[in-house]
Design a protein around this ligand. Structure first.
Ligand code: PRP
Ligand code: ADE
Length: 181
């Protein structure tokens, strides 16, 4: 098997290392953290494609954060909400749901700080992540939004991976294969 995979996202190209994540499956590892150029370019391209009006931006720890930050700046928002992967002592009445992504063997938790609930209830939500693969992370975020009566109007990511590439309910800029070992 090749050791890397070149992905094209608009005018940008990235050479991604192919990393086994189980005995049978490998992914082309796309790490947005630290890639300022990609985060700002992808945010601008996604904003052009998002037609639904939204009130609040919500993302998931951790690799969705730089993208949400850029989308927030471009759309002149003062803030956005980050769903965390653990309960922190500074949270008030945290609300948790289970989450499992393609990169993680065990189930984790996705947590909404109770301090953020009032900002989300009855609002139109844009959900932001870097990659959507099995959809486990996105579904967990949607479950959290449902728990606080927030209305998800748009779901976006830079890349759809594997079977997510055929989804018609997400806005993305490109796709990634999943590799069989
Ligand atoms: O559609 P899924 O199968 O859920 O995969 C997508 C998720 O996987 C990655 O997060 P990861 O769990 O690796 O956590 P990280 O962002 O903290 O590295 C990515 O940032 C998405 O949130
Ligand atoms: N290809 C990928 N690279 C990094 N994180 C991911 N999460 C899901 N797919 C991923």
């Amino acid at each position: 098997m090749e050791k890397s995979y070149e992905v094209t996202i608009g005018v940008l190209k990235r050479k991604l290392p192919i990393i086994p994540i189980s005995s049978t499956v490998a992914i082309a590892s796309f790490v947005l953290l630290g890639d300022t150029e990609m985060a700002s370019y992808a945010a601008a391209e996604l904003v052009k494609r998002i037609t639904e009006p939204f009130d609040e931006i919500v993302t998931m720890e951790s690799k969705g954060i730089p993208l949400a930050e850029e989308i927030s700046k471009i759309t002149h928002r003062k803030n956005y909400v980050v769903l965390r992967k653990s309960v922190k002592g500074y949270m008030a009445h945290p609300i948790s749901v289970p989450v499992k992504s393609i990169t993680t063997n065990e189930s984790q938790t996705l947590v909404l700080d109770g301090n953020d609930v009032l900002r989300l209830t009855d609002k139109r939500i844009l959900l932001v992540d870097d990659v959507i693969s099995t959809g486990g992370s996105l579904t967990a975020a949607e479950n959290l939004m449902a728990k606080v009566d927030a209305n998800v109007v748009c779901k976006c990511a830079i890349l759809a991976e594997g079977t997510a590439a055929t989804r018609d309910d997400i806005t993305v800029l490109g796709s990634l294969p999943v590799f069989s070992i």
